[in-house]
Design a protein around this ligand. Structure first.
Ligand code: C2E
Ligand code: CA
Ligand code: CA
Length: 565
């Protein structure tokens, strides 16, 4: 039993079914030091008890002659109940024929009356329990050879057994992973990798092993632990990471963990650890967090994301994705002049309602689906430019957002050119917004792509400028046509001096680069005034209009035409 690591904490439960009080007392005295003993006065009372704790008993000691329901009747009923039939039964009797009958009914052993010495009875109970537990779990290799932790199947079985000893205990399911373990394997070889896995297992057992704790390595560099509920995981994890790094002589090996606290014992063992693993994988690559706790909200968000991923093709096919337009006005003249617009996607989901891009763009950026969405938006925007030219006789350049994934698509240029020719518009009319952080990722690679696009005549706007931490040096090297200052600075511009200075600085940079600056997120007249004084060329924001559907946008074009007449 030592492999459980909970030998002292948990006693197996034995049920004594016996009508004579004196016999119950004798047996109880013999066993209660080693087992948690419950009593029933007859078969019916025993069945009632079992109903409450179906799998909680490791053994039943059964008298045969009892009122209300005899031992034989009870045994027949017990063995017919799927969920109790695996509890071993030792029959206590004085007559041989009854023994034979009860063995036929499924009893495992018998203890003759009057009772033998306590040692003999204890030994018989222990042997039967051991036999049963062994039988139920010897299906494949029990331990992972490398780490000596349980294999998945055994682990699950033990978790179930632990639950059955104490259903009310609060336990946590913990999943741990060594970040970038494959890289360690590749760089230092499998032998070093194996040593690290072994060390990790030892550390886990040492750290958690003073309470209830069983561990498993289901594969690769994942570790599962089933432990008493506790607090302070953050500190434990920091310590584990430090210890493992120093053991391996590698700087900063990072261990991340997902914890499903106070598990729902009605849930299957698999599901509990799926929850913990989901939390663990949710922070993969996120260096700001080592630990993630599973919660219903987390799960709901995941289901929601799955749903969006599933539905995006339909959304494109049924045109549930709608492109809105937000005007950009030139402010350096006497009156604001409509100069262009930004195309911004909206999703009108048939059952989830309107979904804002903040809810799905980052998701689709992370899994590459954004390419489909972007392509759709580019086509729609190009068609819209054409339509306004045809119906209103007005050429309005529109900016579209270009994601990181698009930039590294070798077919990007062809795709854009095809869209232009399909709608018979020029590359001057479809402008491309690329977020500054994409430049910071890979300035050289991006510069090449941008150079080619500019050669085709596209105008490139650097979006969210100020958030991507480009170096000044880099900015002077990178070819851009418009600098779009991030909304965050505009918002705070009149609240703190630093933001105001930063906006001024961006204006200086734009002047230095000889490109116009766009301020977005401009909401009130005082911001417009300040920006105008600073020499900001263009403004996009609620001050003029929110992003609106194309039909509504027409009013700006019409007003503009009237204004310029
Ligand atoms: P972004 O490209 O920086 O777009 C500007 C966002 O600021 C838009 O949010 C716009 O509605 C919002 N905004 C503009 N003026 C104001 C203002 O005065 N006050 C406030 N509070 N907000 C203002 P939206 O439409 O929710 O889009 C959010 C982000 O989603 C966009 O940020 C962009 O990164 C992304 N996105 C939207 N459409 C597309 C798309 O078609 N493709 C890609 N790749 N990304 C898109
Ligand atoms: Ca943008
Ligand atoms: Ca922006």
């Amino acid at each position: 039993m030592s492999e459980f690591g909970f030998a002292n904490k948990l006693k197996r439960r034995i049920l004594i079914v016996e009508d004579e009080e004196i016999n119950r007392e004798i047996l109880g005295n013999m066993l209660s030091e080693h087992y948690d003993v419950s009593y029933a006065e007859n078969g019916q009372a025993a069945l009632d008890l079992l109903k409450e704790h179906k799998t909680g008993y490791s053994l039943i000691l059964l008298d045969l002659l009892m009122p209300v329901m005899s031992g034989e009747e009870f045994l027949a009923k017990l063995k017919a109940d799927e969920r109790c039939s695996s509890i071993p039964v030792i029959v206590m009797t004085a007559e041989i024929p009854a023994e034979v009958r009860s063995i036929k009914l499924g009893a495992d052993d018998f203890i003759p009356k009057p009772y033998d010495s306590p040692e003999v009875i204890l030994a018989r109970c222990e042997r039967i329990i051991q036999l049963y537990e062994d039988k139920s779990i010897i299906r494949s290799a029990e331990k992972d050879e490398l780490t000596e932790l349980f294999t998945r199947e055994f682990f699950q079985e033990y978790v179930r057994q632990i639950d059955s000893f104490d259903e009310s205990a609060s336990d946590d399911a913990v999943v741990l992973n060594i970040e970038h373990f494959h890289a360690i394997n590749e760089m230092f070889g499998r032998r070093v990798g194996d040593e690290i896995l072994k060390k990790m297992a030892d550390m886990l057992m040492q750290t958690f092993g003073n309470g209830m704790c069983i561990g498993c390595r289901p594969g690769d560099d994942y570790f599962y632990l089933y432990v008493d509920h506790r607090d302070g995981y953050e500190a434990i994890l920091t310590k584990l990471s430090e210890e493992l790094s120093s053991y391996a002589h590698m700087p900063r090996i990072r261990i991340r963990a997902g914890v499903y606290q106070n598990v729902d014992k009605h849930m299957s063992v698999d599901d509990r650890f799926d929850h913990a693993k989901f939390a663990c994988d949710g922070i993969r690559g996120d260096y700001t967090r080592q630990i993630n706790f599973y919660s219903k909200e987390l799960n709901d968000a995941d289901l929601y994301h799955e749903r969006l991923i599933n539905d995006i093709d339909d959304a494109i096919a049924h045109q549930d994705l709608i492109v809105y337009y937000q005007p950009k006005y030139g402010i350096q003249s006497d009156r604001p002049v409509l100069r262009s617009a930004e195309a911004l996607i909206r999703w009108k989901h048939p059952s989830l309602g309107m979904i804002s891009p903040g809810d799905f763009i980052p998701l689709f950026e992370s899994n590459g689906l954004i390419q489909k969405v972007d392509h759709y938006v580019w086509s729609q925007a190009a068609a819209q430019i054409r339509k306004w030219k045809d119906t209103l006789g007005f050429t309005l350049p529109v900016s579209v957002n270009v994601s990181r994934v698009d930039i590294y698509d070798p077919g990007l240029q062809d795709k854009l050119m095809k869209i232009l020719s399909e709608n018979d518009i020029s590359s001057k009319e479809l402008m491309l917004e690329i977020t500054e952080s994409a430049y910071a990722d890979d300035a050289k690679g991006l510069t090449e792509v941008v150079d080619e696009l500019r050669e085709c005549g596209f105008k490139i706007e650097m979006d969210d400028f100020g958030t991507g931490y480009s170096s000044l040096h880099m900015i002077t090297d990178i070819p851009i046509d418009v600098l779009k200052i991030d909304m965050g600075f505009i918002r705070k511009m009149h609240k703190d001096e630093k933001s105001l200075k930063l906006v001024e600085l961006v204006m200086d940079i734009a002047r230095f680069l000889k490109v116009p600056a766009v301020a977005e997120g401009v909401e009130d007249a005082s911001q417009v005034e300040t920006l105008k004084q600073m020499g900001c060329e263009l403004i996009q924001g609620y001050y003029f209009s929110k992003p609106v559907p194309p039909e509504e946008f027409e009013q700006f074009i019409i007003a503009e035409k009237e204004g310029t007449k």
